[in-house]
Design a protein around this ligand. Structure first.
Ligand code: GDP
Length: 470
């Protein structure tokens, strides 16, 4: 998708239409890739088999098991506003700097790494599910583990619930950090109980979600939190090739007075080194310097390491994937191709509409029908959810990624983009930003004020998804 400057959902939809239920992280073989490229109107040239195998944007499945090494988990912090996400990020970072370097100077570059018992953990520095899902909408799955911060004196709040839904939609495991334990009104048990209603079952409640009591202010429980992250990471078995050309994504980018275009990248595989030529979205860089989160110049950066890259021709966008290519000529070719493709792409390409989705999913096996439901009152949202769930059959089921009360927001549209879903508004409208974003990303928003009409439409769309009987 990257190389063709197509949205990844377009490729996924195509695969689904072929009966292959693919996600963004799956690998397709060279033949399938060629088919997709041709189908989407691109010209394919196989230079050599080696070129296919070690191609421009080869994927982890090519790695041989013996070449794999463990990599640090990448963690995002989510939760309700004022529950202490930023405080917790700062506290973890400070605690680590004090024990580590003598100087203790930290640079905010968009992500940082800490060490615990000899193992590393990478934290993304922009808390919140919005940033998380915005990345995902651009095809970049950066996060391995989501830390859900819940203030012990406040309990589960609307954005706590949203965070849970976003993490679940991304199939990222959650660790609950019950924060503000220093406060007199802290009631961690209440938090655990409230989480039950949102299908987050912590261990003491018979589930398998890990939880840790912390105080970002008093800096208690932080070690335990880091240990818990490492425990969860072990379960995930995060392994990747350390050698070879680097790939990863842009976490943050800006135009810096004096230093020019600067981007923080998170290496996801391979090793990035000074002198490499790197393509990120429509920009490229000949890597002039690499600077780590402690402000030190480094010669290279391996998997899960965030580094600032100097030497970009222009400012890439956060969420862009990057890959190292062989030559500057190649970098120019790829970026010029992408720039041209963007110019040529007129509005509306790759839109998600009920009809399109129906057609494209028609021949696939078990079909899930991802929906986001927003309504004016809890009662109607519940009634809609119940009716839609009843429509599910063995072959096709409505997958309600998110339902809630209130207008349709940008966050809903981003989630829809990330999960290829349709948004349904019942007696509510989308705000201007959400409408603009939906138009840009080709996400369909349907409005209803009669439940019967809504259910009927979805039913029709879903029955279109059913395989014709033979
Ligand atoms: P965010 O909006 O989730 O990033 O929350 P902040 O980190 O900005 O914290 C919101 C407020 O809660 C600030 O006034 C913090 O000082 C306070 N706060 C954060 N963590 C704790 C904690 O562990 N204990 C207490 N008492 N206050 C905290």
């Amino acid at each position: 998708a990257n190389r063709m400057a197509e949205r990844s959902v377009v490729v996924i939809k195509y695969l689904m239409a072929q009966g292959q239920m693919a996600t963004i992280n799956d690998v397709v073989d060279a033949d399938t890739a060629e088919l997709i490229a041709i189908e989407l109107g691109h010209t394919v040239k196989r230079v050599s088999d080696a070129d296919v195998e070690e191609g421009l944007f080869d994927l982890p499945a090519d790695d041989k098991a013996e070449d794999l090494t463990d990599r640090a988990p990448v963690v995002t912090i989510m939760g309700h506003v004022d529950h202490g996400k930023t405080s917790l990020l700062d506290a973890i970072r400070e605690a680590n700097v004090v024990s580590g370097e003598a100087g203790g100077i930290t640079q905010h570059i968009g992500a940082y790494q800490v060490e615990k018992n000899g193992a590393k953990i990478t934290f993304l520095d922009t808390p919140g599910h919005e940033a998380f899902t915005a990345m995902r909408a651009r095809g970049a799955q950066a996060t391995d583990i989501a830390i859900l911060v819940v203030a012990a004196d406040d309990g589960v709040m609307p954005q706590t619930i949203e965070s849970i839904k976003h993490a679940k939609a991304a199939e990222v495991p959650i660790i609950v950090a019950i924060n503000k334990m220093d406060k007199p009104g802290a009631d961690p048990q209440r938090v655990r109980t409230e989480l039950l209603q949102h299908e987050v079952f912590v261990e003491s409640m018979g589930g398998d979600v890990l939880d840790v009591e912390v105080s970002a202010i008093n800096k208690t429980g932080l070690d335990k939190l880091l240990e818990t992250i490492l425990l969860q990471a072990e379960v995930l078995e995060l392994k990747v090739a350390r050698d070879g050309r680097a790939e990863g994504l842009v976490v943050e980018a800006k135009l810096d007075r004096g230093r020019g275009a600067v981007a923080t990248v998170l290496v996801q595989r391979g090793t990035l080194a000074i002198g490499d030529i790197l393509v990120a979205g429509i920009e490229f860089a000949r890597v002039r310097a690499l600077i780590n989160d402690k402000g030190e110049q480094v010669k290279e950066a391996g998997p899960s390491t965030p580094v600032e890259v100097l030497g970009f021709t222009g400012v890439p966008s956060a969420g862009d994937r990057f890959s190292v290519v062989e030559t500057e000529a190649r970098a120019r070719e790829v970026t010029e191709y992408r720039q041209r493709a963007i110019r040529e792409k007129t509005a509306g390409g790759g839109a998600t509409s009920l009809e399109q989705m129906m057609n494209q999913l028609k021949d696939s096996g078990i079909a899930k029908f991802p929906l986001i439901i927003k309504g004016d009152v809890q009662g109607s949202v519940e009634a809609i959810t119940a009716s839609l769930n009843k429509l599910s059959t063995e072959e096709v089921s409505a997958q309600i990624l998110m339902s809630g009360v209130g207008g349709i927001t940008e966050s809903d549209v981003t989630l829809a983009t990330a999960s290829n879903a349709i948004i349904i508004g019942f007696n509510v409208r989308a705000n201007k930003q959400a409408t603009d974003l939906a138009t840009r990303d080709g996400i369909e928003i349907r409005y209803y004020n009669i439940i019967y009409d809504l259910v009927d439409d979805v039913k029709a769309a879903m029955s279109g998804l059913l395989k014709p009987e033979r």
